[in-house]
Design a protein around this ligand. Sequence first.
Ligand code: 45D
Length: 166
Amino acid sequence: MTYTTSNSSAELLSAFQALDVDQQLALFYFIYREMGDTVTPAAPAASTVSPEIAEGLFNQVKELSQEEQLQLQRDLINRQNKPLTRQYGALSDTTKLLFWYNLAQGMDNGTIIPMPNDYQLSDSAKTVLNQTKGLDFDEQITLFRNLVSPMGVDPTSAAQDPNTGL
Ligand code: 45D
């Protein structure tokens, strides 16, 4: 199957979500690297972002071992019901995005498990990357919000986890 730049954003989102979990993580990090300085986390004061809430969750992840940090990120994408994924699910979409941005920055400053240097994107992940690059900035943000929004577990609607009592 091939995806072209004329695909709708819904199709691009589906193509992203169809990748396996590690490819999604790797692709998201490559996107972060490509976006570089175009994102200024402090910028839009009028948005629903809560920097201290994103940071509160990030600080808990930072304390985990590298393996646990990676597992948490996989659990978010796979919507596993865990205390931290439920905390994530309680955030606004923009705060979720900021949390992912914090994680990516943590990868760059050594507080979050880095990607192996030689990690390769699959062909389908490369296609999604190229199509994402072709979007306007606003369209990119919308794509990312739609991507991070359903991750984790919504604590207001998901059943309690008998193991954790949460
Ligand atoms: O060993 O309105 C593999 C705000 C497997 C401000 C791995 C904003 C092998 C308000 C999985 C590869 C800034 C919030 C390991 C707007 C292996 C506002 C590990 C915009 C170790 C609009 C892979 C925010 C890992 C934006 C750990 C645009 C991968 C934010 C991790 C954009 C990948 C954020 C991560 C982006 C990717 C974040 C953490 C693009 C994060 C990407």
